[in-house]
Write a protein that binds this ligand. Structure first.
Ligand code: SF4
Length: 287
């Protein structure tokens, strides 16, 4: 059995920056430091923060006066930000600058008079934050079926943007569908650079492997998109949360196993999974 490590793994710049900011706050103010929702979508990373004195909260209200409250890398809506800033809290904004760009683009397109079509996953924090920054008409389209079913109003102008971690192939498909029925559609939907390079690297890896292990969490959007891309390339994708999940049964039948990760999985986790696959590959050689 051959084992290949994806050429891009580990934290993206937005996740790394959010973690560094939280570390700084823990050092500067001491625990507890409060985080509005999970800082990033990875259980091992969040558990580590909890052990070091971070506390996850769902609302800005009810915290002790003067407490530090961190907005997660996914960003928050304008209304949530206003509620938090009206309280006697030390607000620290860890929104990824690339998410912030999409929020601003959505607001600017809306202010320019367009109805905004956001491609993204319903209920995802990033999506709620972007929608909550668009002042005018907006519609969430979650997949190509939604794009096909969408009926534009005659005479209305439309612009499309997307969640930063969507599957870039799906964005292209949805944009093409809408282009066919909305003359003059402003096409501004794209994934962030980190997502694009990672998705391209996974396409290459999946083309060379028959099984790809994707390190990450089931509630991480970018991680699930990587599984989807592996599957679309014709390989088997398995989402694994850690090295303990790597068993001979999981790898059975695979001639070439690839290892990759979502943008919120630490390098140590990826390395642990890679080493676990190597150990099984070597023990098979010994027989
Ligand atoms: S995936 Fe992209 S937008 Fe999201 S945190 Fe990472 S760099 Fe930022």
């Amino acid at each position: 059995m051959e084992v290949k490590l994806c050429r891009i793994t580990g934290f993206c710049s937005g996740v790394r920056a959010a973690l560094e900011l939280t570390d700084d706050m823990l050092k500067k103010h001491g625990p507890p430091v409060f985080i509005l929702h999970d800082l990033v979508h990875n259980e091992s990373v969040v558990n580590d923060l909890l052990m070091r004195g971070a506390k996850i909260v769902d609302e800005p209200e009810g915290l002790p006066p003067g407490a530090t409250l961190i907005f997660s890398a996914h960003g928050v809506s304008e209304a949530v930000e206003a509620r938090a800033r009206a309280l006697p809290l030390n607000i620290v904004d860890a929104t990824c600058p690339l998410v912030r760009q999409v929020q601003k683009r959505g607001a600017a397109l809306s202010e320019a008079g367009h109805a905004v079509l956001l491609f993204g996953k319903a209920g995802h924090r990033e999506v709620e934050g972007i929608l909550g920054r668009i002042p005018g008409e907006k519609h969430l389209l979650t997949n190509p079926e939604d794009a096909r079913a969408f009926e534009p109003a005659p005479g209305r102008t439309y612009a499309c943007i997307s969640q930063t971690t969507m599957n870039s192939d799906v964005i292209a498909e949805m944009t093409a569908i809408l282009r066919g029925k909305i003359p003059g559609l402003v096409e501004s939907a794209s994934v962030c650079h980190a997502t694009l390079t990672r998705q391209n690297a996974v396409r290459e890896l999946a083309a060379a492997c028959d099984l790809v292990l994707v390190a990450g969490s089931a509630h991480s959007s970018n991680t699930l998109r990587l599984c989807e891309i592996v599957h679309n390339q014709g390989a088997r994708a398995e989402l694994v949360s850690g090295p303990e999940a790597v068993t001979p049964e999981l790898l059975r039948g695979a001639k070439c196993v690839g290892v990759t990760s979502g943008a919120s999985a630490p390098d140590t986790l990826v390395r642990g999974i890679y080493d676990a696959v190597q150990r099984i590959a070597e023990s098979e050689k010994a027989f």
